[in-house]
Design a protein around this ligand. Structure first.
Ligand SMILES: Cc1cc2nc3c(=O)[nH]c(=O)nc-3n(C[C@H](O)[C@H](O)[C@H](O)COP(=O)(O)O)c2cc1C
Length: 356
């Protein structure tokens, strides 16, 4: 379908990682949901300059719950005082400084339907070969993409979402389990992948959530997936633009150091634990708000932690497989090792089968 050698799709927000994964014989989808149109345009140009005609994908998040046109400021004005007081209490308790500049609200929860639609239109105009969407694929996108010979892949966290996406006509389903970094559902990878394979017919299923070694790749193929979609695996790679302080945490963290919480965005999301997650999951916290309120509430803390490079405050989306990420190696090398390990799993299984 993609003309690539290896069944590995790197999900990344870093264009250098994406290009390195594709050059190493895999595929890559670049997460661009939080980018402005200018940034998105620049990244598309850069990808094409570096890849020529080789295909790549772009991922957008299109929450049906995103407001149509209201400004983030209008939402912020509606945040209950109990919540803003609790956020203030966390900032005081941990001595969180003010962000260095204006908070980038387009990045922290300011996504509107209008902006999402403009991002989609740009991807369609630019003929991006694979458009992947988390949290819902609108019908108009699928029709418009297919008219232009482009693919749409739907990310799902529940079999019923997969059924809906398949009915709408997506070209592949990314079945993402509970282990995964970022927004994730409640069903484990080992359960969701074969459940989606069973209903997908000829549509390829790509397994996501916890895939960090060749053993995981082999297991995903055995479950009936056509490929895997790792995200956490690349965070500490040499090409990754993740802050070196966060990379250090990734390289030492175990699955227990992650938590699945709605306190960042209002939807369940797996991230590295930090004071913000620990406090909101504690007994004194008010009930969490929905998207985009909770995200807009988190914005100050998250941006301040990054602006001031406070390792004690910073967090990042990371999956339970983070414990397998132990060395900062090149993206191509990581991918190659995954392939070799999966091959050796199959060779040893075939040998065992021959002997039986
Ligand atoms: C830092 C980071 C940010 C992510 N952001 C997004 C995103 O913007 N959109 C999206 O669809 N998935 C996002 N994801 C989830 C990935 O698409 C993928 O499903 C997940 O990383 C797979 O699980 P794994 O991390 O255990 O490999 C993100 C993952 C990571 C590691």
């Amino acid at each position: 379908m993609l003309g690539v050698e290896h069944p590995v799709v790197a999900f990344t927000h870093c264009r250098e990682v994406a290009v390195a994964a594709i050059r190493a014989g895999g595929f890559a989808v670049l997460g661009e949901a939080m980018k402005t149109l200018d940034e998105l345009e620049d990244d598309l140009r850069w990808m094409r300059d570096n890849l020529g005609d080789r295909p790549f994908g772009i991922d957008l998040v299109l929450p049906n719950s995103a407001p149509s046109t209201r400004s983030p400021e209008e939402f912020i004005a509606e945040i209950p005082s109990a919540h803003s007081d609790f956020a203030k209490h966390i900032k005081e308790k941990y001595d969180v400084p003010a962000p260095k500049g204006a908070v980038a609200l387009h990045q922290w929860g300011g996504l509107t339907q209008e902006m999402g639609r403009a991002q989609i239109d740009l991807l369609l105009d630019e003929h991006v070969p694979v458009i992947a969407t988390g949290l819902g694929s609108p019908d108009f996108l699928i029709d418009a993409a297919h008219e232009r010979g482009l693919m749409v892949w739907g990310l799902i966290g529940q079999p019923r979402q997969a059924a809906l996406q398949l009915e709408r006509g997506v070209d592949a389903v990314v079945a993402q389990g509970y282990d995964a970094a970022g927004h994730t559902g409640a069903m484990g990878t080992f359960s969701i992948v074969p459940a989606v394979v069973d209903i997908a017919g000829d549509t390829p299923v790509i397994a996501a959530g916890g895939v960090t070694t060749g053993r995981h790749l082999a297991a995903a193929l055995c479950l009936g997936a056509s490929g895997v979609w790792p995200g956490t695996l690349w965070l500490a790679s040499q090409e990754s633009d993740v802050d070196p302080l966060v990379k250090e945490r990734i390289l030492t963290a175990t699955g227990d150091d992650t938590t699945r919480t709605a306190c960042i965005s209002g939807k369940t999301m797996r991230v590295l634990r930090c004071p913000w997650t620990e406090e909101w999951d504690g007994p004194d916290a008010p009930p969490l708000l929905e998207t985009p309120y909770q995200m807009l509430l988190s914005a100050d803390y998250l941006q301040a932690a990054n602006d001031h490079r406070r390792a004690d405050l910073m967090t990042e989306a990371a999956g339970q497989g983070v414990g397998f990420v132990r060395e900062a190696r090149g993206t191509g090398e990581i991918l190659q090792e995954m392939i070799e390990e999966a091959r050796s799993v199959f060779v040893s299984l075939t040998g065992a089968a021959d002997r039986a």
